[in-house]
Design a protein around this ligand. Structure first.
Ligand code: MN
Length: 411
């Protein structure tokens, strides 16, 4: 596929991608866009050229400040929008070519939350991560709990504090329990990130109806990078017996572009062999993992970037179809805009650990940064950046980045 629109060779936003997002420019109200190279594609302006007339989409959809209404049109329509855009960007006689207001430089726009998130679920689907954490929090010899190889373990998180890339967060405060004394209250001393990928629900299911692994992908609109911020000391004290709460719900940051499942099709790979065999409702056909290269970068204030983890979404033990089948097997319904995160993505190699608690082995070891500073966890004024892309046969489909700076705790 060849576009008349030129863009850098290593761009995340190639002709094969065409993700969806929400942007504003010069203080305008936020509206829908796609992207190619270093430019945003204003979808309202593209629609005004008549590009999508055959799809009879209400004009107000393009003016919405979230993608929820657009996604709710259904995959039949949203897939077609992307295909039309792709063909127009390749067609020599496209109306887009002479348009003066469809393309806007990315560095002139502000990106916003792409969806209004209804419910947020966080899974725990990386075997390596679950093993590493089990060793640190519980028992080095029996790290994986007995249910883990049978159930895509997860919990219900908090949607209100999911934020877009670029927003700063404050170091959270809460209760911690020193080893030799009563609980204390104060800023977390063990602030951590979690490298995750989240999928966004694109189709409503009915209460009481389970989604099968076979039909699961009809319900998945697309994916974002997801940084599930965690306060390990708060988490450690509070998590028994009901699981994560204030150690997790103060913030999760996402990348602004939703990369569609269709754009990721070429990068499918087989997942790890599942042994013991899973129950029938978790069995699946086809190739369900995605070879998505992931990086975590730590940048101290006024200093340079340090790549502290290189991982891959393909390592996931439980795939998205299994997660969704499990989530709904009891009749729990899902809604457009719901977000389901993978759980921290760690690989076997220690350079592929997806959280500081793993990298620093529970705070026992330090990592050295390029400017000589050391880290066990995330310090005030550090910025954590996650980037991700798929690449194969000269095609690159990327996510851009999710970037969050940590400000000192509020007094
Ligand atoms: Mn998580």
């Amino acid at each position: 596929m060849n576009s008349w629109k030129s863009y850098p060779e290593n761009s995340d936003f190639s002709i094969y991608n065409l993700p969806f997002g929400i942007f504003s420019v010069n203080g305008s109200s936020p509206r829908l866009c796609s992207a190619i190279g270093d430019e945003v594609i204003d979808l309202r302006a593209a629609a005004q050229l008549g590009l999508f007339d055959s799809l009879s989409i209400e004009p107000s959809v393009w003016d919405s400040n979230t993608l929820n209404d657009f996604i709710s049109l259904g995959k039949k329509i949203t897939k077609e929008v992307r295909i039309i855009l792709q063909s127009e960007l390749c067609k020599e006689d496209s109306k887009l070519k002479s348009s003066t207001d469809v393309f806007i430089a990315m560095n002139e726009v502000r990106m916003h939350m792409p969806v209004k998130v209804g419910d947020y679920t966080d899974f725990y689907s990386s075997r390596e991560h679950a093993t590493n954490l089990g060793k640190l929090f519980r028992d080095p010899d029996n790290a994986l709990l007995p249910n883990w190889l049978h159930i895509p373990v997860g919990y219900h998180g908090r949607a209100s504090s999911i934020i877009e890339s670029g927003l700063d967060i404050y170091r959270p405060c809460g209760q911690q329990k020193p080893a030799d004394g009563p609980p204390v209250y104060g800023p977390t001393k063990r602030l951590d990130f979690e490298l995750e990928v989240a999928f966004i629900i694109g189709k409503e299911s009915e209460l009481g109806n389970a989604i099968s692994t076979e039909s699961a992908e009809e319900y998945i609109f697309g994916l974002v990078l997801f940084n599930d911020w965690s306060a390990r000391d708060i988490q450690k004290w509070e998590y028994v017996p009901l699981g994560p709460f204030l150690g997790k719900n103060f913030a999760s940051s996402i990348s602004p572009w939703i990369v569609t499942l269709e754009a990721l099709n070429d990068f499918r790979v087989s997942g790890p062999q599942q042994d013991p065999p899973v129950l029938p409702y978790l069995k699946y056909e086809g190739i369900r993992n995605i070879d998505l290269h992931l990086e975590v970068i730590l940048q101290p204030e006024n200093s340079s970037e340090n790549t502290i983890s290189v991982s891959n979404f393909k390592y996931m033990y439980w795939n998205m179809a299994q997660q969704l089948a499990h989530h709904t097997v009891n009749g729990c319904n899902v809604k457009v805009g719901d977000m389901m995160a993978s759980g921290t993505i760690s690989g076997k190699d220690e350079k592929s650990y997806g959280s500081m608690i793993e990298i620093s082995r529970g705070g026992k070891e330090t990592i050295k940064l390029s400017d000589g500073q050391e880290r066990k966890f995330i310090e005030d004024n550090d910025t954590v950046i996650m980037r991700g892309y798929c690449e194969k046969d000269g095609k690159r489909v990327g996510f851009g980045e999710v970037r969050t700076k940590v400000l000192p705790a509020k007094k």
